[in-house]
Design a protein around this ligand. Structure first.
Ligand SMILES: [Zn+2]
Ligand SMILES: [Zn+2]
Length: 398
């Protein structure tokens, strides 16, 4: 790597800053220096991890996953949305397969990444929950991870059963980290609520209120969410055919996300589905672009956000033509790592620029000193297999 000071002598201060961002992105000094609170519309289009703070009245949203369960691509992971508020809270809405990669790309303070709201239990919406559970624990979370999600038509199909299943599946993983990592960070806590509630409050703390309402998707259970904070509203539609609850509860919100699935023809082309299968999937258990447009024409958000396809120019064209027949308001088809700074005055769209090989962000004093009890151990049989030719360094005091 070139010496940044040498660059400085030949080029501009901007180049120095760029070099320093790369070299010293974790220093508090740099974060303070870069945290000038310009209004969202004046921020640079690129958003670099750990170089900005969010304004006290601002909402910051990142699309972590906007794609499909099949295929998951390098460019687009399955559904996940990151929401950070000016009060310091962080929420994840869905954590679909592959999306943790983009979460880590943001290098967030993992002690604050402790709440997941699941729209439904398809793998393309919750597949990376165990990755966030264990990966976040290793990367700075020293408190439990909370998963909020709906019940199902029977207890075995609800979020609580899903979480219990994860604990059973990863019993060996969790047991092996005990005593080495903070105790509480290994806990996974389910908050299951009735999927039928029509706008009921499922979370309320620190000035944030989140309500849930049903969706129409495959079988009973899926829901969508509305988050309200500081006069700003964010609506996240999980998978659904067009439904009456979404129209009612999303109405007039600032930032409204709803799936915008393939047209039947697009699905035939992209995935090779036969016509009947393509129509059922596109238009009976999902929402094709024409349905998305009609929904947004009713809801009239400040920004309508569609997702849940693999972006390709010809498919984008097909989708936009359908949507624009019925909706002419503000619109974006989301792609992974698009980001938005949202205030009452502006919604600024930006792009996350992140390293391919990210390191975990710095942990806090709270993480370093959090209680660690017990100690994973071997049987005498395995312990006796340690090679006497190797002596590990002495253990530091706890
Ligand atoms: Zn689904
Ligand atoms: Zn889906």
């Amino acid at each position: 790597m070139p010496n940044p000071l040498r660059i400085a002598s030949k080029t501009s201060i901007g180049a120095v800053c760029a070099a320093l961002v790369l070299l010293c992105a974790d220093t508090a000094l740099l974060q303070t220096a870069m945290a000038e609170e310009a209004p969202p519309e004046k921020r640079p289009q690129a958003w670099y991890p750990r170089t900005e703070t969010i304004g006290p009245d601002e909402m910051f949203v990142v699309a972590l996953g906007t794609g499909m369960p099949t295929p998951i691509t390098r460019a687009q992971k399955s559904t996940a949305w990151y929401v950070e508020l000016g009060n310091g809270d962080i929420f994840l809405f869905d954590v679909g397969s592959g999306s943790a990669e983009n979460l880590f790309a943001l290098r967030p303070d993992f002690h604050r990444v402790d709440k997941i709201f699941a729209s439904h239990l398809h793998t393309d919406h919750v597949g990376d929950a165990p990755v966030v559970w264990v990966g976040g624990w290793l990367s700075g979370r020293y408190r439990p991870l909370h998963i909020y999600g709906p019940s199902g038509a029977e207890p075995a199909l609800g979020t609580a059963a899903y979480v219990e299943g994860l604990k059973k599946t990863y019993a060996w993983d969790i047991a092996g980290r005990s005593g080495i990592l903070p105790d509480a960070g290994g806990q996974l806590i389910a908050h299951e609520f009735d999927y039928k509630q029509d706008g009921g409050v499922v979370y309320e703390a620190n000035g944030v209120k989140i309500t849930s309402f049903p969706a129409v998707h495959v079988i009973d259970g899926p829901v969508s969410y509305r988050l309200e904070w500081n006069g700003l509203s964010f609506v996240f539609g999980g998978d659904s055919a067009p439904n009456k609850w979404f129209i009612e509860h999303a109405k007039g919100a600032d930032f409204v996300i709803h799936e915008m699935f393939y047209t039947p023809k697009g699905l035939e082309t992209a995935l090779g589905f036969p016509p009947r299968q393509a129509t059922i999937v596109s238009s009976y258990i999902h929402t094709p672009p024409s349905g998305f447009g009609k929904i947004m024409a009713e809801v009239k958000p400040r920004l309508a956000v569609g997702y849940h396809t693999i972006r390709q120019p010809e498919l984008d064209q097909m989708m936009l033509e359908e949507v624009r027949k019925v909706y002419d308001g503000p619109l974006v088809i989301a792609d992974d790592l698009m980001a938005w700074n949202i205030t009452k005055d502006a919604i600024a769209q930006r792009e996350v620029v992140s390293a391919e090989r990210v390191q975990a962000p710095p942990t806090t004093q709270g993480y370093k000193t959090a209680p660690r009890s017990g100690q994973a151990s071997y049987s005498e049989y395995i312990d006796a297999g340690k090679w006497p030719g190797y002596t590990p360094p002495p253990l530091p005091e706890p």
